[in-house]
Design a protein around this ligand. Sequence first.
Ligand code: FAD
Length: 459
Amino acid sequence: MTTRYDAIIVGTGQAGPPLAGRLTKAGWRCAIVERGRFGGTCVNYGCTPTKTLVASARAAYMARRAADFGVAIEGPVRVDMARVKARKDAIAGRSNEGITEFVKDMENAVVFEDHAVFEGDKRLRVGGETIEADRIFINVGARAAIPPIEGLDGVPYLTNASILDLERLPDNLVILGGGYVGVEFGQMYQRFGSAVTIVDRARRLMSSEDEDVSAAIREIFENEAIEVITGATIEAVARDGERLRVTLAEGEGRRTLAASHFLVAAGRKPNTDDLGLETTGIETDDEGYITVDDRLRTSVDGVYALGDCNGRGAFTHTSYNDYEILAANLLDGDDRRLSDRFTAYAAYIDPPYARVGASASELRAAGRKALIAQMPMSGVARARERSETEGFMKLLVDAHTHEFLGAQMIGTGCDEVLHCILYAMYAGAPYTAIERAVPIHPTVAELLPTMLKQLEPLD
Ligand SMILES: Cc1cc2nc3c(=O)[nH]c(=O)nc-3n(C[C@H](O)[C@H](O)[C@H](O)COP(=O)(O)OP(=O)(O)OC[C@H]3O[C@@H](n4cnc5c(N)ncnc54)[C@H](O)[C@@H]3O)c2cc1C
């Protein structure tokens, strides 16, 4: 039996549920399909649980630093991982319950808790049923990519999802990958009390950022005794009694690391390989990301891809913005586009790293005439008062239009401070609008006008 709907939403990540909410309110009868936990990665295996754990790790770190602030803690600081996990489960669990209720209580929607597979451009099989619609919205997300490493299949390796279930602290955690997932877990577990080693085949951590960002992160990590090995490829992982043996190739040389736990944080893979796309005209790129145009339309008319699976963003805010674009275009007579969006993200290490727009190296490579201003966090009174002076802020401005081209900041409060520049970029405001503002003292953001008085050509 085939049931027809006005729309089918596959996956309940950050875009599917709010879109279903808008469509059903507008009178569309929708089928919503979810094979796992409602809310997808962010709520269950990504942002919410990791940032909850980052907060526990920071509490442990600050407790150990208490004496720096004149606060005496008698005895060693101990982390109770069972309680850390219980706190994380409670906070992430509430978010999951909220979204589950939102989806299941939605009027005008039928919810399928099963895996969906395309059987043609506008038809899907879900469990024993076939469903069809003229409009289909694909929000299937991505999962941890597992590289082909000798022996990996035979050992109990961790991913961003399974590491969240650990009740006990790993003695030695080796992490494959120095991208934002690897660095967040690395610092967090070192602060919980594990001995952490991060290995990346790139020459530096967070290798798509400017060199000075990578260097600052490395220095912060090495000051916390995190071992960072870059320019090394993990070739093999094997059991060694109760432990694991990780073999690295560094140039011509080989060496082994002993580990109690091994986390694979080597990028993401879109959940499109088991979606039956071969029965459709929906095109993907070489990595399996669904190809979309500036308005999120796939190569099949009436089928759209939102969130991580379209490869045009890899964050909660980009997935949610995909929903906003489609809702505006389909229901509000608007014409919103992906290209209206500035790239922006943060890595929730401590202190945080945040970025919007272009980096200095990207502007240099593009030959763009730009101005740059930089300030070390040691020049920020608020950072000194907090005894958190690592990092720097960097602002980039178009030399002719005076509009912001980008900003990168690593330092205390910088995930929030970056938004001053981000909002100015959306407002299309020239840097002089901020340069002449009178900020509140003492804040980190108060240094932005000062920095803008010191702009110089980017060479
Ligand atoms: C460790 C980690 C930390 C992160 N931290 C941040 C952060 O701090 N800030 C940030 O902005 N982003 C962060 N992200 C990224 C963020 O989680 C994702 O970008 C975000 O969840 C958007 O996902 P999505 O909407 O594309 O789909 P997802 O949330 O991945 O959801 C897709 C859903 O589709 C379902 N599904 C897949 N295939 C099928 C199928 N065939 N049939 C039915 N259902 C299917 C899945 O079960 C899943 O529930 C983090 C990611 C990770 C891994």
